[in-house]
Design a protein around this ligand. Structure first.
Ligand code: FNR
Length: 357
């Protein structure tokens, strides 16, 4: 399943979505179905797209947008645009340069990437790759490691390596499907797996087995006390949970349904954003992912309350097609579309984008 190094931008790419076909033709079918898959009947996967397509954009002609830009500050980092790379596991499945390629591409484009707990390259190497192209430091995505001390050790290793911020993903506690990885590709930054929690006769594999090693709000409160860098939660959809996270000292949220990969039937993430933005009223920065496929979608997410977005599968289509160059090109294409949308909607800067909820 290992992929040859492709490092040339294919002909005929005019938007980020054009990379999808290239990636489909290039990738091994197992890697492709792992990348594209949703869960269950793919209801949520389809909802994500349907919901974006249903949101109108209002043209506002004749606005003077000269000198416009997409710059922003996020958690003290200066970024050229609000397009971050989502954490995606095992990226060497898609290109031999793996996570390092995305880190270099994001940094070269003036943005940043979120490095998965399930990265297939060492955290130190990925951070160094981002530095090579002169960008800001990548962020670290934390998965619960079955119990508190193991989880803290992983977070502390990332912080000690220079990752300035931790994004704790909480929406995937129950693993229903697992990928058989080729031998050379694995989550190289994790300790040996924890033994499964014992399940006695009459107990439930879910409640007493898997969920015994899943985090709770108490664990989050504990983690918050241990970690001094900004701590975000990824995978919040319900306004009550958003409020609870804010009350528990969270520094920001990623409104996300994991790209439709976890709870099939969960609402489109973009449909959840306005209620959370209303509920929190600017208390916390809100980031967004799930279903973004072009720069107009980015504009819509910003209109509905996000300050920045994460790009999942489209970045991997670019990675599989042309390595770091393909990821950088994907980011640039999305940014060009965002700028064109801003110009047509009369917005010179991100702060001009009107709240629409
Ligand atoms: C993911 N996602 C993910 N999220 C996370 O927090 N940690 C992870 O390790 C992974 N791994 C992962 C693997 C693959 C193959 C995919 C497609 C996704 C979810 C990801 O960060 C993001 O939430 C979604 O991909 C966003 O949806 P789109 O942009 O793919 O529609």
């Amino acid at each position: 399943m290992s992929q040859p190094a492709r490092n040339t931008i294919p002909a005929g790419i005019s938007c980020a979505a054009d990379y999808e076909n290239h990636a489909r033709n290039l990738l091994d079918p197992v890697a492709w179905s792992y990348l594209q898959g949703g869960s269950g009947n793919d209801l949520t996967l389809a909802n994500n797209r349907r919901a974006f397509d249903a949101i109108p954009l209002w043209p506002r002609p004749l606005a003077d947008v000269s000198g416009g830009h997409t710059r922003l500050q996020l958690f003290g980092q200066p970024l050229e645009h609000p397009l971050l790379l989502a954490p995606v596991a095992y990226q060497r499945l898609f290109h031999p340069d793996g996570e390092c390629a995305g880190a270099m591409a994001a940094a070269a484009q003036g943005g940043t990437t979120l490095v998965s707990s399930l990265a297939s390259q060492p955290l130190e190497q990925i951070a160094a790759a981002a530095q090579q192209t002169g960008g800001v430091a990548p962020w670290f995505q934390l998965y619960w490691q079955g119990e508190r001390q193991r989880t803290l050790r992983l977070a502390q290793r990332a912080i000690a390596t220079g990752y300035p911020l931790i994004v704790f993903t909480i929406d995937a506690p129950v693993k229903l499907a697992s990928l058989t990885l080729p031998g050379a590709i694995r989550a190289v930054n994790l300790e040996a797996p924890l033994a499964a929690a014992p399940v006695a006769a009459g107990q439930s594999q879910v409640f007493d087995g898997w969920m015994a090693q899943a985090p709770t709000w108490d664990d989050f409160a504990w983690l918050r006390q241990q970690i001094t860098v900004p701590l975000l939660l990824k995978g919040i959809l319900h306004p009550h949970d958003a409020q609870r996270a804010a009350d528990a000292g969270c520094d920001g949220l990623v409104i996300s349904n994991h790209g439709g990969r976890v709870l099939d039937g969960a609402p489109a993430a973009i449909d959840c954003l306005p209620a959370i933005a209303d509920r929190l009223g600017g208390q916390l920065p809100l980031l967004f992912d799930s279903g973004i496929r072009n720069g107009r979608d980015v504009f819509k997410a910003l209109q509905l309350g996000a300050c920045a977005v994460l790009i999942g599968r489209p970045a991997i289509w670019g990675l599989a097609s042309a390595g770091a160059l393909g990821v950088a090109h994907t980011i640039r294409l999305l940014r060009d579309e965002l700028e064109a949308t801003m110009a047509q909607c009369g917005c010179k800067t991100l702060s001009d984008i009107p709240a629409s909820r």
